[in-house]
Design a protein around this ligand. Sequence first.
Ligand SMILES: Cc1cc2nc3c(=O)[nH]c(=O)nc-3n(C[C@H](O)[C@H](O)[C@H](O)COP(=O)(O)O)c2cc1C
Length: 213
Amino acid sequence: MDKKFRTKKIPQFCYIRGTNVSCQPFPSVSNIHQTKSKINILAISGSLRPNSSNNAVITTAATLVAGEIDFIIYGGIGSLPHFDGSEPPTPEVTGFRKLVADADGVLICTPEYAFGVPGSLKNALDWTVATGEFANKPVALITAATGGDKAHSSLLLTLTALSARVVEKGTLLIPFVRSKMNTNNEVTDAGTIEAIKNIMDTFIDDINNQNLN
Ligand SMILES: Cc1cc2nc3c(=O)[nH]c(=O)nc-3n(C[C@H](O)[C@H](O)[C@H](O)COP(=O)(O)O)c2cc1C
């Protein structure tokens, strides 16, 4: 993992856009839980919208596991150049690849657009095909959209092509996501919150078990 995160002892909630990184401790974490950071999860949202419901789902996921892990939210997929296979890559591409490579697991949370995966997310993933950062990487996938099933299955296929290891029971489809949020852009539906908590617990358990072996 990047040194600037490794050196931090308190579980962090970091937001990365381009080369700007800002980290802060989870506000709800009590001191007793702030003793060590075991694993780090990189979260990637497939939405570029400021009031994105997928970003809200990621925030919910981060808050639900506050204190257990370092949680890095990558906000830079919109800054990556269109994939053209050029080498050497831009610093943004290099940075993105390194974040994926250094993560113990990657949580992808995405909407569906026109029955498919958002282009900016697919573009980001395409930048890792040749260099293999996703190979055997534990991945959890949440698709939050109106329907979302087509993007969900398409992305699972792409993750297969990347040789990612999608965690068993580590996928969640949240249809009609807007109806599960309040006007402050927070996930409020109890069943949805429970499902997000379950998927995160499964994801963290899987990563911890893998690290033990
Ligand atoms: C141009 C456009 C196309 C969309 N196409 C689909 C679609 O094919 N399937 C679907 O389930 N939702 C579709 N949606 C709805 C989005 O998935 C939904 O608004 C979602 O909440 C967007 O994610 P976000 O809030 O994280 O930005 C579409 C929305 C837009 C704006």
